[in-house]
Design a protein around this ligand. Sequence first.
Ligand SMILES: C[S@@+](CC[C@H](N)C(=O)[O-])C[C@H]1O[C@@H](n2cnc3c(N)ncnc32)[C@H](O)[C@@H]1O
Length: 268
Amino acid sequence: MHSGELIGVHTTLPHHEVLRLLCAATGHHSVELQLGVELTPDQVGTFDSLVARRLDNEPLQYLEGTVPFGSIEVAVDSRVLIPRPETEYLFELVVTMVAEPLVIVDLCTGSGNLALALKAQFPDAVVHASDLSPEAVAVARSNADRAGLEINVAHGNLFDPIPPSVKGQVDLLVSNPPYLAEREYADLPPDVRKEPRVALVAGPHGDEVVRGIAGQIGDWMAPGGVYAIEVSEFHAQAVVDAFTDVGGTVVQDLTGRDRYVMGRLPVE
Ligand SMILES: C[S@@+](CC[C@H](N)C(=O)[O-])C[C@H]1O[C@@H](n2cnc3c(N)ncnc32)[C@H](O)[C@@H]1O
């Protein structure tokens, strides 16, 4: 079958999604596909099954299998949250705030996107990442292998699995914790509900995990260390108070929403 014919047939999905799925199914570039390529029956079958899954609300990125993040690419599937542009912006902000961090911690690492992009940026740093979901830990470890980067990914609640030897030594701490309240879950778009619930919902109020970080962060940061945490725009002003001991400030994203709590510890 000819690619042009196939692109024209599928009108139930937006044109750009059809093209992206066709790229994923065939390995061809979208320009080649639009100019016209002869497709094998196997490629057409793979494409048809991807379209069916997309029509069942599976996120496009899970079907494509990878997303770019910073200078790396991470594999994603239904075991992990799909990295968002807001989190990539957090990465872009923090790399301008630290010079040569030696110890980096990423709590709630998911696919390992932040931990790995930071390791790529700061190759001399030792990077520790943790996640409560064993499935996410497996994805982050496999993404580290895929990127050829060495990071330590541990299974557990927030700081619990981070080696106690780095207490007071962390030069850069990042986290994108879950921040939805339980009652918000049912109203999410169907494709977002295909992402792991544990990656989205923090508890009855939504601020439980970020407050868990606030309760311990002071024990882990090095003098002069920088931390940056992605938060809900609806919690930012309320939760920043929990970070006063470590100098918390609310920072806006590119659209002007209160989306991060960040701070730099005093140099002793
Ligand atoms: C919003 S996702 C962020 C994933 C990734 N860091 C990113 O930016 O795309 C939150 C992650 O936190 C994990 N998580 C939820 N509660 C946690 C906890 N108490 N301790 C550690 N990880 C937790 C989830 O399994 C999920 O992978």
